[in-house]
Design a protein around this ligand. Structure first.
Ligand code: GLN
Length: 538
């Protein structure tokens, strides 16, 4: 049976539970173990798909098409283990499953209750779809003490009771503040948080203490004493200079060693930290930089384009460059401002997006990049807007648009059945906003001798999608005659997946989201190539 590691958080949120879990997973994997990471989210949305990035950060998409919490992105980037639909669950999904079963008479008339029915469903999730993994690391969203996370904490308590202490380990991540006025590190919030956890039946085995500075031995002893945890299992995590330092820092603090010791295991091979050391060095030492503009609706929100920001940094790492992101709010971008705003920019990126707000500014910026030969990468909505721009200004279809934005336009972008008589919507026909998109991994065939073919060094690729609308394939010849090539197509040749401009140093649009598959230790070729082209621009 797999060993289960449950990660809870206390005192405050945003302590980096995701990053800690991901770093631990990397360390265990690199010592020869098979690891799986899972996230349980205490909110009532059935999945994060319909949640606004304003509130919740980006929606991460898995190979198998699940719209998940962005923490799964951290997991993938640090471990290179692809997450699955079965790795993320929310309270909303748990309740909806239980209620559906109740409506079908699945509980044979019994009273349906949080304990045992909700907790049983949570335990089912924890165990599901596990084969030969050595470790399953399950992170519980929220903070211990919240009403919302109670059923999850109760479920992991039951889980440990059922499977035995030798198979389950509890890690609790807390905050250890430093009080400037008294020049002291304070352990009381940690004591309280552990007390809260113990009051609901869980004694942590390891406490990770997040702190701005190293925690002196006396304070660690105090935590050990009051929280009933061996001193070696009080692990500190001091703020790192770059997230890529986290696996190194946890290794130095012996987190992985204590975990293996708990389970009476030995490393199968030595942890390899060299790749992290190498990229930490690049990120911290590189002086040369390149300015990349991102024009989007949520640019000023931390985490709204998390994977994208990361992928650009990875592209920088591949080229030994720092990437300065110049974030331009699309709402406020007037046509006549584009030139000044893009003055010192070496590359332009238009990311994914939904809805009309701010689109005209994006279209003007794309026109500027096309005409002034500035490297351009359009992702999903960004590619769709590049098609609209080209259709209006080069094909002279003045009313060209996307039916997502205006129903009366000439649909160069639309739902398939709006431009193809035989077209059918790929998934779902209901009116619910959830579950009607093309989601997850789809193949694209790449045109021989195209730029994209050279970048990927392959004639067939698989990338992750998340969109409803598609480029109108009926206009392929018209576009290509004017120099905009459809260089990647779905295998049935119906859906344009990649566009690129001839006679331009680097102008590529992709219908998918390459950022979800970029890794710090394996930067995505599209981002590496985009950053390289931007470096050469000025
Ligand atoms: N709104 C567009 C669509 O649904 C693009 C989505 C996206 O950029 N992810 O097709």
């Amino acid at each position: 049976m797999a060993r289960y590691i449950f990660v809870t958080g206390g005192v405050v949120s945003s302590l980096g539970k995701g990053l800690s879990s991901a770093s631990l997973a990397y360390l265990l994997k690199s010592q020869g173990y098979k690891v799986r990471l899972r996230k349980m989210d205490p909110y009532l949305n059935v999945d994060p798909g319909t949640m606004s990035p304003f509130q919740h950060g980006e929606v991460f998409v898995t190979d198998d098409g699940a719209e998940t919490d962005l923490d799964l992105g951290h997991y993938e980037r640090f471990t290179n283990i692809s997450s699955k639909q079965s790795d993320n669950i929310t309270t909303g999904r748990i309740y909806s499953d239980v209620i559906k079963k109740e409506r079908k008479g699945g509980y044979l008339g019994k009273t349906v209750q949080v304990i045992p029915h909700i907790t049983n469903r949570i335990k089912e999730f924890i165990r599901k779809d596990i084969t030969n993994e050595d470790f399953v690391i399950c992170e519980i969203g929220g903070t211990v003490g919240d009403i919302e996370s109670l059923p999850f904490v109760e479920a992991i308590r039951q889980f440990s009771n059922e499977h035995g202490k030798s198979k389950t380990l509890f890690i609790h991540l807390t905050f250890v503040p430093f009080l400037k006025s008294s020049d002291e590190i304070k352990t009381k919030p940690t004591q309280h948080s552990v007390k809260e956890l113990r009051s609901i039946g869980i004694q942590p085995d390891i406490i990770i203490c997040r702190s701005q500075q190293s925690i002196p031995l006396d304070q660690r002893k105090k935590i050990s004493l009051f929280c009933n945890v061996p001193i070696d299992n009080v692990i500190e995590t001091v703020d790192v200079r770059t997230i890529y330092e986290a696996p190194i820092s946890f290794y130095n603090q012996k987190l992985d060693k204590q975990v293996l010791k708990f389970f009476k295991l030995k490393p199968k091979k030595r942890a390899n930290l060299n790749p992290w050391k190498k990229i930490t060095n690049i990120v911290l030492k590189t002086k040369k930089s390149v300015n990349i503009a991102i024009i989007g609706k949520y640019v000023n929100l931390k985490d709204a384009y998390k994977s994208l920001d990361e992928a650009l940094v990875h592209g920088g790492i591949a080229n030994n460059l720092k990437v300065n992101l110049i974030r331009i709010e699309s709402d406020n971008l007037k046509n006549n401002e584009v030139k000044t705003k893009l003055k010192n920019v070496s590359g332009l990126l238009i990311p994914g997006g939904f809805g009309k707000r701010g689109t005209e500014g994006k279209i003007s910026a794309i026109k500027y990049a096309r005409e002034n030969k500035i490297p351009f990468l359009g992702i999903c909505f960004g590619m769709q807007m590049a098609i609209v721009e080209f259709a209006r200004n080069r094909l002279k279809i003045k009313k060209a648009g996307s039916t997502e934005l205006e129903s009366k336009c000439y649909p160069v972008i639309g739902l398939i059945n709006e431009w193809d008589k035989n077209g059918k919507i790929i998934k779902g026909t209901n009116k619910d906003l959830g579950g009607t998109m093309r989601l997850g991994l789809y193949e694209a065939k790449l045109k021989n001798n195209s730029a994209i073919n050279r970048i990927y060094k392959s004639s067939s690729i698989k990338e992750r999608h998340r969109h409803r609308y598609e480029v109108n394939n009926k206009l392929k010849d018209q576009f290509e005659n004017k120099g905009l090539i459809f260089s990647g197509m779905s295998p049935d040749n119906k859906l344009p997946e990649i566009i690129e401009l001839k006679n331009h140093p680097w102008f590529i649009g992709v219908q998918f989201h390459p950022e979800f598959k970029s890794r710090p230790l394996a930067p995505h070729p599209l981002f590496s190539s985009f950053i390289k082209a931007s470096k050469n621009h000025k």
